[in-house]
Design a protein around this ligand. Structure first.
Ligand SMILES: [Zn+2]
Length: 228
């Protein structure tokens, strides 16, 4: 696996902003395991910011990524691949915010497939009503990435870890050269090994239609879900 890949993270976990789901539209399905599961992203993503929130990248407590207009413009100008931007709704009108510029939800559209062949992963629970799977995993995150499955994007996720956003060296250079703040880079080789369960929810919550098709057709995915 290429050493140039990194996971992106907030620079400070304490400063995560609140998500206000009361303002968002959710589609959901009934589920035997979790009562109900979202089938799509919250839209629009509504967030509460405070005057002390700083940075071009802001992160909600659920790890949604929100960026400033400056960051969006730069990433678009540089034709960074694997991302799209949706207007975020900035709530908390009774508190004066230092932000006058709009904020954008950064949605990762790049997809690196299901965890690579050889990953120690098995189905933990499955739901007959909605079709969701949760998994038991004992593996290094870097080993879940199969270069043959990458789609040439600069930001991508690997199933079943939609909250681990992997970026290329090119993304890191674009962000670093422009001095964008609020985002830290961790080499995949330094990401803590994963031992436990993964409950990513329904693929439609995270993946584009094309990526969902790729997941369903991924032989590593088919092998894991058929061995339940
Ligand atoms: Zn279910």
């Amino acid at each position: 696996m290429g050493a140039e890949l990194c996971e992106i993270k907030p620079t400070s976990w304490e400063r995560r902003i609140d998500r206000d789901d009361a303002l968002a539209e959710f589609d959901s399905k009934p589920c035997d395991v979790w009562v109900s599961l979202p089938t799509s992203m919250p839209s629009p993503l509504a967030v509460r910011t405070r005057p002390r929130d700083r940075g071009d990248f802001l992160w909600t407590q659920y790890s949604d990524i929100v960026v400033t207009d400056r960051a969006r413009q730069l990433l678009e100008q540089e034709h960074v691949k694997g991302v799209e931007f949706r207007p975020a709704l900035v709530a908390l009108p009774h508190m004066p915010s230092t932000r006058s510029a709009p904020l954008w939800q950064l949605v990762v559209t790049g997809f690196g497939g299901f965890a690579a062949s050889g990953t120690n992963i098995s189905v933990r629970e499955s739901c007959r009503t909605c079709g969701v799977f949760s998994y038991t995993v004992d593996a290094r995150f870097a080993d879940m990435i199969d270069e043959k499955k990458l789609d040439g994007t600069d930001l991508f996720i690997v199933w079943p870890y939609p909250l681990y956003v992997v970026v290329t060296e090119r993304f890191r250079e674009v962000v670093s050269n422009a001095g964008l703040t609020g985002v830290a880079f961790e080499s995949l080789h330094h990401v803590e090994p994963i031992s436990g369960s993964a409950s990513p929810g329904l693929p439609s919550r995270w993946l584009s239609a094309a990526a969902q098709t790729r997941l369903l057709q991924d032989p590593d995915y088919q092998k894991v879900i058929s061995s339940t």
